[in-house]
Design a protein around this ligand. Structure first.
Ligand code: ZN
Length: 171
């Protein structure tokens, strides 16, 4: 019974989008670590508290406050009243937590998806990373700016097709 209700919440969370990359849901991003329904008794009878654990894509990511608020609003809209959202910083989020579907959506959106195994990410490695152009799939690309429209992305230019594009970088 509880498990079924928790599944329902996971499905609702699929409707909450990443404010920076609106094609991605927070489920695609893999930042929701845990969903729990805790029965609590109140004067109004038995109600349940929705307890969520989310991990920011990097610590101090300004989008997290917006995401927490969007989660709350979406759950309230669906009739949930007792919501608590905890942030868990460890283990740190890695781009491996992103769903395959999420990576495909990013590519379709014109943003190069993160390369796998970036948990060993170091700035030096990042500069030498071969980022694939989402338009012509060439690896012949150059880093233009480490910060694109938001801190979570950096900007690249494809040497072959001259397209400038954002790369969802490692954190
Ligand atoms: Zn290209």
């Amino acid at each position: 019974m509880i498990a079924k209700q928790e599944q329902k919440i996971w499905r609702i969370l699929e409707q909450v989008k990443d404010p920076e990359v609106p094609v991605l849901s927070i489920i695609d991003l893999g930042i929701v670590r845990n969903v729990q329904l805790i029965p609590i008794s109140s004067l109004k009878g038995d109600v349940q508290e929705v307890r969520l654990t989310i991990t920011p894509t990097y610590s101090g990511c300004p989008a997290m406050d917006v995401i927490s608020m969007d989660i709350r609003l979406k759950l309230i809209e669906k009739g949930y009243r007792n919501i608590s959202i905890q942030q868990q910083l460890s283990p740190a989020w890695t781009t491996d937590w992103m769903s395959e579907e999420g990576k495909q959506k990013l590519k379709a959106y014109g943003i190069a998806p993160p390369n796998p195994k970036q948990q060993f990410c170091k700035e030096e490695m990042f500069f030498e990373e071969a980022v694939q152009c989402p338009r012509c799939h060439s690896h012949h690309t150059q880093l233009i700016s480490q910060f694109a429209s938001t801190a979570c992305k950096s900007m690249y230019r494809c040497v072959d097709c001259k397209e400038a594009f954002d790369y969802f970088k490692c954190h």
